[in-house]
Design a protein around this ligand. Structure first.
Ligand code: NAP
Length: 294
C-alpha cells in the first residue's frame, strides 16, 4: 500500500477561504476580528512564526497588531501590554509567542490573558472547559490535526488513536479533543510517552497514529500496521551542509518506508505545520463573534 498524502497546505487553504468569506460577512455587520500578538526578544524562529501569523491575518482581511518587546523587558511590562489588549475592543484574540525569556513566567502571562481572548487555548480556564467538553477555543496544533483527519475523510469516531507525546501544547490537548463524545471526535485514545516500556506494542494497535515527540524519524515502518492513518506533528532541524540554510526539516516519522504501509500520511513540511496558524485565525474569528454576542 502507498499512502495518500494529506496536504496541510491544501486543507489550510480551504479553511482560509472559508474564513475570508466569514470575515467579509462580519465586516458587513460592523465586526472586524483582530489579533494582538506579543513577541518578546528576537529568536529567529519566533520572529518567523509571528510574521506568518500577521501575514495570515492580512490575507483573510482581519485587523492585526504585533507588539515587539526587547528580550530583557520586565515581566510587568509584558503584563501591561496584555492588559491593554484585554481591554482593546479592536483586539478579539491575543497570542503571546512562546518561548518567553527565563525571567518571565509563562504561567503568569498565559493566565493574565482574558479567557475570552485566549486564541491559543492555553489558559487554564479554557483547558478545563476542553476537558469537560464545554465550548472553548481549541489549542491550534491539535485542532489542526482534528481538521486534517476529518477533512481527509478519516473521521476518528470509533477509531483507536495512539498519540506519541503528552506535551501541554500537542499530546494532552489532542487526547482531550479526540476523546470527546461529539462529531469529529469520539475516538478511543491511547497516549504514550517516555514512561512506556514498549512503544511499538501500542503503535501497532493504532488505526490513527499521531507522532508528536520531537524525535526525528522515531516512528519506523515496523512500528506501523498496514492501512494506518499517520499524522506527523514533529518538526525537527537536521544539520545538512548541502542545504542553503545548513539544515533540513524532518518529522517524527520515517516518511518513505512508513508511507509504503500507511493508508494516509502527512508530510513534513506541508502537513500539520500550515494548519497551526490557520486554526489561530479560526479561533480569532470565533472569538470576535463571541465577544460581539456577549
Ligand atoms: N507543526 C506544528 O505546528 C507544531 C506545533 C507544536 C509542536 N510541533 C513539533 O512537534 C514535536 C513535539 O512538540 P512538543 O512541544 O509536543 O514536544 P515536547 O514538549 O518536547 O514533548 C514531547 C513529548 O514526547 C515524549 N517523548 C519524547 N521522546 C520520547 C521517546 N523517546 N519515547 C517516548 N516518548 C517520548 C515526551 O515524553 P515525556 O512526557 O515522558 O517526557 C513528551 O511527552 C516537535 O518536533 C515540535 O517541533 C509542531
Amino acid at each position: 500500500m502507498t499512502a495518500k498524502i494529506i496536504s496541510g497546505n491544501e486543507v489550510a487553504a480551504e479553511i482560509r477561504k472559508e474564513l475570508t468569506a466569514r470575515v467579509a460577512e462580519l465586516k458587513n455587520k460592523g465586526i472586524v476580528p483582530g489579533l494582538g500578538v506579543v513577541l518578546v526578544g528576537e529568536d529567529p524562529a519566533s520572529v518567523s512564526y509571528v510574521t506568518s501569523k500577521a501575514k495570515g491575518c492580512q490575507e483573510i482581511g482581519m485587523f492585526e497588531e504585533t507588539v515587539r518587546l526587547p528580550a530583557d523587558v520586565p515581566e510587568e511590562d509584558v503584563l501591561k501590554t496584555i492588559d491593554r489588549m484585554n481591554n482593546d475592543p479592536k483586539i478579539s484574540g491575543i497570542l503571546v509567542q512562546l518561548p518567553l525569556p527565563k525571567n518571565i513566567s509563562v504561567e503568569k502571562v498565559i493566565g493574565f490573558i482574558s479567557p475570552e481572548k485566549d486564541v491559543d487555548g492555553f489558559h487554564p480556564v479554557n483547558l478545563g472547559k476542553l476537558l469537560r467538553g464545554e465550548p472553548c477555543p481549541l489549542p491550534c496544533t491539535p485542532h489542526g490535526v482534528k481538521q486534517l483527519l476529518v477533512r481527509s475523510g478519516n473521521d476518528p469516531a470509533g477509531k483507536h488513536v495512539v498519540i506519541c507525546g503528552r506535551s501541554n501544547i500537542v499530546g494532552k490537548p489532542l487526547s482531550a479533543i479526540l476523546m470527546q463524545k461529539e462529531a469529529g471526535a469520539n475516538a478511543v485514545v491511547t497516549v504514550v510517552h517516555t514512561g512506556a516500556s514498549d512503544i511499538k506494542h501500542y503503535t501497532l494497535q493504532a488505526d490513527i497514529l499521531v507522532a508528536a515527540m520531537g524525535v526525528p524519524e522515531f516512528i519506523t515502518a515496523d512500528m506501523v500496521r498496514e492501512g494506518t492513518v499517520v499524522i506527523d506533528v514533529g518538526v525537527n532541524r537536521i544539520p545538512d551542509a548541502t542545504k542553503k540554510k545548513g539544515f533540513r526539516l524532518a518529522g517524527d516519522v520515517e516518511y518513505g518506508p512508513v508511507a509504503e504501509k500507511a493508508s494516509f500520511i502527512t508530510p513534513v513540511p506541508g502537513g500539520v505545520g500550515p494548519m497551526t496558524v490557520t486554526m489561530l485565525l479560526y479561533n480569532t474569528v470565533e472569538a470576535a463573534i463571541r465577544l460581539n454576542e456577549a
